[in-house]
Design a protein around this ligand. Structure first.
Ligand SMILES: C[S@@+](CC[C@H](N)C(=O)[O-])C[C@H]1O[C@@H](n2cnc3c(N)ncnc32)[C@H](O)[C@@H]1O
Length: 377
């Protein structure tokens, strides 16, 4: 989720008299959440209409007021799916602890499912280079997207547009691969792995997706994050679980399977700003592998200057190191070479809540934000 509030405060009716924070919660409860989590929708709308809670939330710094953060903090502390009035009682009983979690943590959702939308590009790069991959993820959270070679895949051809999400609909439910014909399903499994020990990432495809015949080999993996989460730390694991919205059990199962894989041999994660640590970490990648720097759902956390700096660094790394770049992001885009910030494919009407995948700076695909769909351009 972007740390910014809703783009428009125009909720109509009583909302025009609400504070910006109340409008943010109402927007989340009425637009963002209903298709994904009826519980979060009800809680957010309840908070929006609760002047005392809004007053307390407004005492936090602006970047701590986002709905997902307080909701995840409450669930981290044990709040169960319940009507708003029970949730309100929970908040009153645990307010000091909720505040502490909100102020000490941030939204760092780590979605292994996104590997499904990165895999065809990764395989293409490895095949063209004729070398295995070295992966470097910026904004890696716990680094679960650094294991694309350890997950299974089911790519299901839809023939449609890849399952666009309706506004407010759960992007993860926007197309059901189970309904697609078996004949159009491509399955890939990690070499030597026992079925049941790895998550299978289902992804509805459309357009000429260059599906690989096998999963590319990864010989090095590393990440950068302002606050790397440690898959061997039970508190960090509990926070990752709390960040999955209630009623999304399949995502929780997938997360737990991915965490189990990462726990066997945690990836190298360095703490710091991606712009400060990138060049140094690139220098540690093996020279004989095809190096890919990638990111998903990260650029929204940077300001325009930070994004422009990152783009310049990537251009230099491409020229000097032959480094590849995969950018999988929502409507907050990286400034383009001509100084513009929007490429045509980033038109909101086309994206409809999905991400744009840029391969070495060029639009390659429109992707489901949790990796659930891949529309090749
Ligand atoms: C929404 S999470 C996405 C995690 C992961 N990329 C994924 O797709 O599952 C965004 C992550 O970016 C990190 N982040 C934000 N700004 C950053 C920066 N300037 N440098 C490094 N990491 C940053 C956050 O700490 C957070 O873990």
């Amino acid at each position: 989720m972007s740390p910014a509030g809703p783009s428009s405060g125009d909720s109509g009716g009583d909302a025009v008299t609400e504070s910006a924070t109340a409008q943010w919660y109402r927007h989340f409860g009425m637009v963002d959440a209903p298709g994904s989590s009826p519980c979060y929708a009800a809680w957010a709308v309840g908070i929006a209409g609760d002047a005392e809670l809004i007053r307390r939330i407004d005492q936090w710094p602006h970047n701590k007021r986002q709905p997902l953060l307080i909701l995840a903090a409450a669930r981290f502390l044990g709040a169960q799916v319940s009507p708003y009035r029970d949730f309100r009682v929970f908040l009153d009983h645990h307010w000091a602890e909720v505040s502490e979690i909100v102020l000490s943590r941030s939204t760092q959702t780590n979605e292994a499912g996104r590997c499904a939308t990165l895999l065809p590009s990764l395989a293409q790069i490895s095949a063209v280079e004729g070398r295995p991959l070295a992966l470097l993820e910026v904004g890696a959270s716990a680094g679960l997207a650094l294991f694309p070679d350890r997950y299974g895949y089911e790519f299901v051809g839809s023939g449609g547009d890849g399952g666009a999400a309706e506004p407010g609909a759960d992007p993860a439910d926007d197309a059901d691969p189970a309904e697609a014909p078996e004949a159009r399903t491509t399955r890939l499994v990690p070499g030597g792995a026992t079925p049941g020990t790895f998550p299978v990432l289902r992804c509805v495809t459309s357009g000429p997706v260059p599906l690989p015949a096998e999963i590319p080999r990864v010989v090095w993996r590393a990440g950068i994050d302002l606050n790397p989460l440690d898959v061997r730390n039970p508190d960090d694991v509990a926070w990752l679980e709390a960040l999955v919205w209630p009623e999304q059990e399949f995502r929780l199962d997938r997360l737990r399977q991915a965490i189990a894989i990462a726990q066997e041999r945690p990836p190298l994660l360095v703490a710091g700003d991606l712009n400060e640590r990138l060049v140094e970490l690139v220098g540690r990648a093996p020279a004989d592998a095809a190096l890919v720097v990638f990111h998903s759902a990260v650029m929204g956390y940077l300001d325009a200057g930070g994004r422009a700096r990152f783009r310049r660094t990537m251009a230099e790394l491409a020229a000097e190191r032959g480094c590849h770049w995969l950018s999988n992001e929502g409507h907050t885009v990286i400034a383009q070479a001509d100084g513009s910030t929007v490429v045509p494919e980033m038109d909101d009407a086309r994206l409809r809540g999905r991400f744009l995948l840029l391969q070495d700076g060029l639009p390659a695909a429109i992707t489901g934000p949790h990796g659930q769909s891949l529309e090749w351009l």
